[in-house]
Design a protein around this ligand. Structure first.
Ligand SMILES: Cc1cc2nc3c(=O)[nH]c(=O)nc-3n(C[C@H](O)[C@H](O)[C@H](O)COP(=O)(O)OP(=O)(O)OC[C@H]3O[C@@H](n4cnc5c(N)ncnc54)[C@H](O)[C@@H]3O)c2cc1C
Length: 384
């Protein structure tokens, strides 16, 4: 469907939801319209390849809008833009989740990217050596010789098995946490002291008795150094681009430093958050911690990270490394794919540049192979 909005043609396609018998053929299929998929789309739009971006959700940017209440980006606007379009607003300030969601949406519109919304890919198969077959939950099917998986570095929130030991406690996940889901004056335990866990604990401390279960000691950075965001310094000194195997990369992966932005443990304690060590167990309505202490709680919010879900990819692929785990199947936005930057917004520009070059090289190679085959075929016909 092509709509016209504000004089601009947009090719968001949310109506084609009926099963179609013949698969639609493209040169390249991008799966996922987050920052990685859109940055790839921007690069591909500058070439002659026919491509489509398949997105599971109903609007570009919803992946951000669905994230937890009160989320603001932890990177400043200068470090939060995709190739070709700046993020409006105070350069050193932080965008809200809604603002960044709208930015992604306007990015897709600005570059007229062919995003098919409500197209969750439920199966990706390999048909022969040179064709991928994609099936969406709405019944539509697609084929292409190249596919780019851009489904995100943080896919399925982890919930430890111990959650099942506490049926009397409410369980929420940080990813989609909504403050309204918690009754007034509840005792809330946030598990995980990464950026999300700390943000949520800080927000809850105003209205609830809030506990934060911490993990390994975190390396916290100041928000600004010599008047510039610490993220800019990390980029200038090459710390976001160092590979995981390099000494700097190993340090970054181990320490996983992030700016505290007023959420250092001592700041949280001042707000009234009660800091606890690692959570070791739950029973029906209480939590126990590594120092032997216990606490009655009403709600637990899990903020302990994510796992990948590539169960819809119906062939063997290396889930850990590389940009082309199978010939013709490309990945972008994996944690540490090219460095720490790869799971940051700032990584979308350089990473999409590298991956698009590989995709286009394969595309050109295939065209020349086809032309070579046609040429040979024609010669053979002449000879016979
Ligand atoms: C809470 C949180 C805050 C963050 N804040 C920052 C920040 O401030 N700055 C920063 O640089 N980074 C931040 N990040 C890290 C990173 O930038 C984000 O995770 C970002 O969303 C990754 O972009 P992506 O495009 O690779 O993946 P995603 O944004 O996850 O996009 C993937 C897209 O693929 C779609 N999709 C998934 N599966 C399918 C399927 N089977 N079929 C079709 N579509 C599918 C999803 O709906 C989604 O739209 C944050 C991460 C989290 C979790």
């Amino acid at each position: 469907m092509t709509e016209t909005q504000g004089g601009m043609a947009v090719v968001f396609d949310r109506e084609l939801t009926k099963a179609s018998s013949a698969p639609e053929a493209f040169d390249v299929i991008v799966i996922g319209a987050g920052q990685s998929g859109l940055a790839m789309g921007h690069r591909l739009a500058q070439s002659d390849v026919q491509f489509v971006i398949l997105e599971a959700l109903s609007a570009v940017g919803d992946v951000w809008r669905r994230r937890y209440d009160g989320l603001t980006l932890f990177t400043p606007r200068t470090m939060s833009a995709l190739p070709g379009l700046a993020l409006d607003g105070e350069r050193d300030g932080y965008a809200t989740r809604e603002e960044f969601g709208s930015y992604l949406e306007s990015y897709a519109r600005r570059f007229n990217l062919p995003v098919y919304l409500d197209h969750r890919v439920v199966a990706l198969e390999q048909h022969g050596e040179r064709t991928f077959f994609v099936r969406c939950g709405n019944g539509r099917t697609f084929t292409a010789p190249s596919v780019i998986v851009a489904t995100g570095p943080f896919q399925v929130p982890k919930i430890p098995a111990m959650a099942a030991d506490a049926p009397n406690i409410g369980h929420l996940i940080a990813e989609t946490f909504r403050a309204a889901a918690i009754r007034d004056r509840s005792r809330v335990l946030v598990v995980g002291d990464g950026a999300s866990g700390r943000d949520i604990a800080a927000g809850l401390s105003r209205d609830h008795e809030t506990f934060l279960a911490t993990g390994k000691p975190r390396k916290m950075l100041p928000e600004r150094v010599f008047g510039r965001s610490v993220w800019q310094w990390l980029r200038v000194f090459g710390m976001l681009s160092a590979t995981r195997k390099s000494p700097i990369g190993r340090f970054m992966a181990r320490a996983d430093p992030f700016p505290h932005r007023g959420n250092a443990l001592k700041d949280l304690a001042r707000m009234g958050v009660r800091i606890r060590p690692r959570l070791t167990g739950l029973d029906r309505s209480s939590a126990s911690f590594a120092d032997g202490s216990n606490q009655q709680v009403d709600v637990v919010i899990w903020a302990v990270g994510y796992r990948n879900d590539y169960s819809w990819i119906r062939f063997e692929m290396d889930q850990g490394e590389g940009s082309e785990p199978v010939p013709g199947l490309f990945v972008i936005g994996r944690p540490w794919q090219f460095g720490r930057r790869s799971s940051l917004i700032a990584g979308a520009e350089p990473d999409s540049n590298i991956v698009s070059q590989a995709v286009l090289a394969r595309h050109r190679h295939q065209i020349s192979r086809h032309q070579g085959a046609d040429h040979k075929h024609a010669l053979n016909r002449k000879v016979s």
